[in-house]
Design a binder for this molecule. Structure first.
Ligand SMILES: Cc1cc2nc3c(=O)[nH]c(=O)nc-3n(C[C@H](O)[C@H](O)[C@H](O)COP(=O)(O)O)c2cc1C
Length: 195
């Protein structure tokens, strides 16, 4: 079937993150984000797509700083509370009962209970008529040991990072099931048949 434009968004599963920022007058803000991707490996930079009318975007522009928090699948309630359109003077940590997790390189705190925290600074904006692509430098990446193997790889069965599939009138929250298969990067450099 050919998918019309309004149905295309269900094709790609997206990660769900919570972006925490601080306004120039010190108000904390949190908003969920799905359109976010690393810029290649090893996660030195990320890019996120933002509609123009976002307190998150205003705060990133005002302070040059933000934290990308990776929530667990169990945090969908908090995600939806933070998705509401609060006025900029409302502290969304308070609204969603979130506990700040101290950052080391940027002013906005992360969110306690998340799997990982990327402390980011604004590098560049690519502005279009209706949206902006924000490129951020990951200054520091902290991960909660509970969700990672001793050599620093996320264990998806334990962490259950929140993901979503967009539908016609809502989002289907999910998380990577993990089928136990693990393929080596070395395979990409081998062109032997059947290797
Ligand atoms: C799961 C989820 C993902 C979202 N992803 C995005 C996104 O990628 N870009 C965007 O501009 N808004 C996105 N939104 C909408 C914003 O989170 C929402 O409008 C929020 O109120 C913005 O808050 P702010 O004005 O405090 O930044 C998403 C909402 C949800 C629930």
């Amino acid at each position: 079937m050919d998918l019309p434009p309004h149905k295309r968004e269900s094709v790609l599963p997206l990660p769900v993150v919570l972006i925490s920022t601080i306004s120039s007058d010190g108000t904390l803000n949190v908003a969920p984000w799905g359109n976010i991707t690393p810029i290649l490996r090893p996660l030195d930079e990320i890019v996120l797509a933002s509609w123009l009318k976002r307190d998150t975007l205003d705060n990133i522009r005002a302070t040059g700083e933000f934290v990308v928090n990776v929530p667990t699948a169990g945090m969908s309630r908090e995600v939806m509370i933070c998705a509401r359109h609060y006025p900029p003077e409302i502290d969304e940590f308070v609204e969603a009962d979130l506990i700040p997790h101290p950052s080391k390189t940027v002013r906005p705190p992360g969110i306690e209970g998340c799997i990982a925290w990327m402390e980011c600074t604004l590098v560049e904006e690519i502005c279009r008529e209706k949206y902006v692509l924000v490129i951020g430098k990951v200054e520091r990446l902290e991960a909660d040991d509970r969700f990672f193997t001793p050599d620093g790889e996320m264990d998806p069965a334990v962490a259950k990072p929140l993901c979503m599939l967009c539908g016609k009138s809502g989002m289907r929250f999910t998380h990577p099931a993990g089928d136990g298969e693990y393929r080596s990067y070395a395979e990409m450099f081998s062109w032997e048949k059947g290797a």
